[in-house]
Write a protein that binds this ligand. Structure first.
Ligand code: SAH
Length: 268
């Protein structure tokens, strides 16, 4: 497929989502911009396979500083403005979609405030893709008519928590939690306290579409133990709802694990 054969504009920032990590899930547009931009600012979330594709002399890892600390968002914002002001074409590459828990919105506002032209390049979010490659549709005619994407980063017990877990429990729809490995015990408890059935199926999908993708399943009651037994670590999404139970009916024929082979029975 030819695509639009155009060079990235100088002095412009492209806010590009990488998709969940499989290089084949980059959009055609993202791939073209990555190949041709003067510089690519990225962190670790696009995953090892996509980061490996980036030309070493034209990329800057803004995920971590030398001491292992996160680069503050303000420093990334300033760097984007600096590079664009020098006349460079700049790709700001984020895991998944930049505008889904990706701070892409903040970057867009900062660029606009500094009169830097920018383009948003939407992508496949891990919130949908990670469940999908585990065989879990986030909606299903028989099981869920709505889906909510929420951050698990917050303490559900704090009064001013921005996530209303009780309201989410009441929707009866699927809940997909991002950044929710650490606080899994807190929000699964909050959902049970809000009256959600403890038998509700829950799945954890770690490193969806990356080498080493891992899927673990349980219920609202058991999933914390499952997490610990299976050693699930970030980045992972938590899928809560009856749709998570449908994995069982498709997994024998699902070829989405990282090796392209069917899961060994003991891994299920
Ligand atoms: N903008 C991203 C989300 C960034 S927040 C997107 O649209 O996907 C970071 C969280 O994203 C992680 O904590 C994890 O919950 C999730 N995540 C990102 N990539 C993932 C992947 N390949 N597999 C599972 N979860 C992933």
């Amino acid at each position: 497929m030819a695509g639009r054969d155009i060079e990235p504009e100088s002095g412009t920032v492209y806010l590009v989502g990488s998709g969940p990590g499989d290089p084949e899930l980059l959009t055609v547009k993202a791939k073209r911009l990555l190949e041709r931009a003067d510089v690519v600012l990225h962190d670790k979330l696009p995953g090892p396979e996509i980061i490996e594709l980036l030309p070493a002399d034209r990329r800057e890892d803004v995920g971590k500083r030398a001491g292992g600390e996160r680069t503050p968002q303000s420093a990334i914002n300033e760097r984007l403005v600096e590079l664009a002001s020098e006349g460079k074409s700049v790709v700001r590459l984020k895991g998944g979609d930049s505008f889904v828990f990706g701070r892409g919105g903040e970057e867009a506002q900062y660029l606009a405030a500094h009169e830097i032209p920018f383009e948003v390049v939407p992508a496949v979010t891990s919130a949908i893709a990670a469940p999908a490659v585990a065989g879990i549709p986030v909606t299903h005619r028989d099981h869920a008519s709505s889906v909510s994407f929420v951050t698990g980063h917050e303490d559900p017990t704090k009064d001013e928590s921005a996530v209303d877990w009780a309201a989410l429990a009441a929707t009866g729809g699927t809940i997909v939690v991002l950044m929710g490995v650490g606080r899994l015990p807190d929000y699964t408890a909050a959902l049970r306290e809000a009256g959600m059935d403890p038998e509700t199926p829950v799945a954890l999908v770690e490193r969806g579409t990356w080498p080493g993708q891992q899927v673990a399943t349980g219920t609202l009651e058991t999933i914390v133990d499952v997490r610990d037994e299976e050693g699930i670590e970030p980045p992972a999404v938590t899928v809560i709802g009856d749709v998570a139970g449908t994995r069982e009916s498709v997994v024998d024929f699902l070829r989405n694990d990282s090796t392209g082979a069917v899961d060994a029975p003991e891994d299920r």
